[in-house]
Ligand binder design. Structure first.
Ligand SMILES: [Zn+2]
Length: 112
């Protein structure tokens, strides 16, 4: 990968990170205000609400995973190891990185 490609990926990662951080912020704020009102909601809607909460938790977990991956990729861009496969050390295909800029393995090592 050349410098221009890496620069583009870096911008993409930074943008993605701020989007995720914003979502995280919003869900933290709304999460605090969402409470189950057991006296007013019926059994079914209570289950809906619980399911909704579960999904929100799951989405939050995925978001934080993604943030960790993005931080890692940005760190590798800064330190120069970006785009190298963690397993075999070969360069990861640029097309693969453009689909998922946080990839840490080449196609071959992922398939193993
Ligand atoms: Zn590899």
């Amino acid at each position: 990968m050349n410098e221009a490609e890496i620069k583009e990926i870096r911008q993409k990662l930074v943008r993605l990170r701020s989007e995720l951080e914003e979502l995280e912020q919003v869900s933290r704020e709304t999460g605090e205000t969402v409470e189950l009102d057991q006296t007013r909601v019926g059994r079914l809607s209570r289950m809906d609400a619980m399911q909704g909460q579960q999904m929100a938790l799951e989405a939050g977990r995925r978001r934080r995973d993604q943030l960790v991956k993005i931080e890692g990729a940005l760190h590798r861009i800064e330190t120069g190891g970006y785009g190298d496969c963690f397993v075999c050390g070969e360069e990861i295909d640029a097309r693969r990185l453009s689909v998922d800029p946080t990839s840490t393995r080449c196609m071959k090592c992922t398939e193993k």
